[in-house]
Design a binder for this molecule. Structure first.
Ligand code: HEC
Length: 158
């Protein structure tokens, strides 16, 4: 900043016929004082099941009746999950086999309902994002679809 001012002043002196303007001290630059520094974000409450800001339906368990599984299969296709997830192999996203045993139910619910928040705030989801390098997009899954999706995923070994 000072260098720039000095150059500008020198240029003025050069054009203006040598008036001794450069002898007055240049005003201190104000912009760099940190007035625009962002306030620290409030610490998000993250529990073992993910950020508590994401509210999920309290499920007693994953349904296993045939109707739920069938509805879940339709939702899995309609919401595009199958484009990125398979059972028994890794696609863009992790293999979903074993998901219901390696994560808690509320964690899985949070990941499906709000992956955008999870990959920013939840340590496990952050790690997954780091290793997969693709953010799972929010698919607009409703609370009503969620247990059915889970029923289908579990029926496939998830
Ligand atoms: C565009 C690809 C994509 C789509 C579509 C997608 N996911 Fe994902 N999913 C990912 C990726 C990638 C991850 C790993 C976390 C990350 O990088 O965001 C992930 C993570 C997950 C996890 C956690 C896996 C683990 O090992 O803990 C679950 C559960 C999951 N997805 C379920 C779903 C369901 C259900 C749908 C459909 C509603 C869906 N995903 C749609 C890409 C996708």
């Amino acid at each position: 900043m000072r260098l720039l001012l000095a150059i500008l002043l020198a240029a003025q002196v050069g054009c203006g016929g040598g008036t001794p303007a450069a002898t007055t001290a240049p005003p201190k630059a104000q912009a760099a004082t940190g007035a625009t520094a962002a306030a620290p974000a409030p610490a998000a409450a993250v529990g073992p099941d993910g950020p508590l800001t994401i509210t999920v339906p309290a499920l007693a368990g994953i349904p296993d009746d045939a109707a739920s599984v069938a509805d879940g299969e339709k939702a899995f296709a309609a919401r595009g999950c199958g484009a990125c997830h398979a059972f028994g192999s890794k696609l863009v996203g992790p293999d979903l086999v074993g998901i219901t045993t390696r994560r808690s139910l509320p964690w899985i619910e949070r990941m499906i309902l709000a992956p955008d928040v999870m990959i920013k705030e939840d340590p496990v989801a952050k790690d997954l994002y780091r290793s997969h390098m693709t953010p799972m997009p929010k698919q607009g899954v409703t609370n009503e679809e969620l247990p059915k999706l889970l029923a289908f995923v579990k029926s496939k070994g998830g």
